[in-house]
Design a protein around this ligand. Structure first.
Ligand SMILES: [Zn+2]
Length: 125
């Protein structure tokens, strides 16, 4: 899959909104980025299940050390935003399933399972 196709797939998955702040990523001044839910420095793989579309501003604010569940809470409590926790939980569940299926990624296996549960608990119906 080309980088452009990956971005398009992730944009559709997130209804063309930033996963964290809801910014409309179809606007001409939007600079959507493919963000890794489990950061690369934590051993997060570059695969679709570990990616969401976000605006470059949120991507930069999050940095490389905040876990997905921490950042959902930070967006809500400190930035007054309504992050798409359901999408984050769905992606982490898909990543968890991919790890169970394909094996490997031992370094992040428990982390992903734990984070998937945590973020699922943060989903507001
Ligand atoms: Zn954003």
């Amino acid at each position: 899959m080309s980088p452009e196709a990956r971005t398009q797939h992730l944009l559709e998955l997130g209804d063309f909104q930033c996963v964290w702040c809801g910014y409309d990523l179809t606007r001409t001044n939007a600079r959507p980025v493919r963000e890794l839910l489990v950061p690369k420095v934590k051993g997060g793989p570059t695969r679709l299940e570990n990616e969401v579309a976000s605006c470059s501003s949120c991507n930069q604010k999050r940095g490389h050390s905040t876990s997905p569940s921490q950042y959902v809470e930070e967006c809500r409590n400190e930035r007054g935003l309504s992050p798409n926790a359901k999408l984050v939980a769905d992606q982490l569940d898909a990543l968890d399933a991919a790890i169970q299926r394909d094996g490997g990624m031992r370094k992040i296996r428990d982390y992903v399972t734990r984070e998937a549960k945590r973020v699922r608990g943060l989903v507001i119906d």
